[in-house]
Ligand binder design. Structure first.
Ligand code: FE2
Length: 405
């Protein structure tokens, strides 16, 4: 089933083994203990903008509200997608969803598919074989989706059609969402434009949604633009997670979701597997949970790290300097754990999660083969060169659209 070449589903005219095709990692979310402190870090330090807050705490019984700190969730973005990164209040989430286990701080691993039909057909195809947490549509964000859960309990989401935010920085006003969807819609469904027109004709102010702003003084020259920090995040991912059973995880991520294995590595006896959705060497890396303690990483989370790509190699140096100056801890891990990834460093967020900063990742072409390990540039993370020689695939892969700020 892992091979799309033997398919029986017609997905937009192409024969596939499943009724959808994941195109890319769309966004990623974490549950954090102090959501306001983390918001400050991801906004001011990392440059994300809040697209919409979600007052999750209001879903608690009235007598419990306010007992567990801020109840806000924050949908954040680095580009035009309404959200590429989300943070939610962990204590509140655990009150509302008591089945969430001790070290599960991953809120969601979210994948973009190609059409609304893929979402609806995928929901039908999977509902008898996989636990699906919910279906329908997100507001905020407008994306149609379903949420399958992996064998270790990580929530995944497959979606189509996330809201885009443009030059005016305004999210779609909530009043545009005139209907709440908690199950897949009848197809065909009317377009987003038609929904917006209906709201506009009913008098909704299209500029009344949340407006993202810069909270730092714009004093850094970044590629010729004055910005609030000396780097620009242009992509979120790859996701690295620890799992108790690699084969069970592959049964989900490879066989069911259809991700492709690029490479496997044995690190000190531990089998680590790297999967991709598109041309990137990996968008998801699976590591055995036993490795977490051996690496000295925090036991409060099954996430090893979330990747964040910066726009230029020089910005990687500047990002590390900037975060260090602002009091954040920078660390490195053995490069053998990251085949295909260029120079990288980790910053620890206020909740103890690791964010992996990097500039480039190996890209995979038509033959599906990674570069042989012996032919890869040698990466010494303790001694980053000031400049890099141009490498063949250095600027390939997903391209950031639009201005940086
Ligand atoms: Fe999502």
């Amino acid at each position: 089933m892992a091979d799309d070449l033997s398919g029986t589903f017609n997905v937009g005219g192409v024969e596939m083994a499943r009724p959808f095709r994941i195109r890319r990692l769309g966004h990623f979310g974490l549950d954090v203990d102090d959501v306001e402190v983390c918001r400050d870090f991801y906004e001011r330090m990392m440059g994300f903008r809040v697209a919409d807050p979600l007052p999750l705490g209001n879903r608690l019984p009235e007598e419990e509200r306010g007992k567990y700190g801020s109840g806000n969730g924050y949908f954040m973005r680095h580009g035009t997608d309404h959200h590429s990164f989300v943070i939610f209040p962990r204590r509140v989430r655990r009150k509302l969803l008591p089945h969430i286990t001790g070290d599960m701080t991953v809120n969601q691993i979210t994948w973009q598919v190609g059409s609304l039909r893929e979402v609806v057909s995928g929901t039908t195809w999977l509902k008898d074989s996989v636990r699906i947490a919910r279906t329908g549509r997100d507001a905020p964000g407008s994306n149609w989706h379903f949420y399958p859960i992996d064998p270790a309990g990580h929530t995944n989401e497959l979606y189509y059609g996330i809201e885009q935010i443009g030059w005016d920085q305004h999210s779609k006003p909530m009043q545009i969402h005139r209907k709440h969807y908690t199950e897949p819609p009848e197809l065909p469904h009317r377009s987003e434009l038609e929904e917006v027109e209906e709201g506009r004709n009913a008098g909704v102010d299209l500029l009344s949604g949340v407006r993202g702003i810069e909270r730092m003084e714009e004093k850094y020259d970044v590629g010729g633009i004055l910005m609030g920090r000396p780097f620009k995040i242009v992509k979120v991912g790859p996701v690295r997670i620890f799992v108790p059973d690699i084969d069970a995880a592959l049964g989900f991520y490879q066989d069911i979701l259809g991700l492709t294995i690029t490479e496997e590595v044995t690190y000190k006896g531990h089998r680590c597997v790297f999967l991709r959705a598109n041309t990137e060497h990996h968008s998801l890396a699976l590591y055995p949970i036993a490795l977490r303690g051996e690496l000295g990483l925090s036991e409060h989370t099954t996430m090893m790290s979330i990747g964040m790509q910066v726009a230029e190699y020089s910005q990687l140096h500047d990002a590390v300097d900037f975060l260090t100056e602002n009091g954040y801890k920078i660390s490195k891990l053995p490069q053998e754990l990251f085949p295909g990834l260029g120079h990288n460093a980790f910053v620890t967020d206020p909740d103890g999660h690791l964010v992996q900063l990097y500039f480039n990742m190996e890209q995979i072409g038509w033959d599906g083969k990674p570069r042989p390990a012996a032919e890869r540039p040698k990466i010494d993370n303790e001694n980053w060169p000031k400049t890099l020689p141009l490498d063949a695939d250095m600027f390939n892969g997903e391209v950031y659209l639009g201005p940086w700020s």
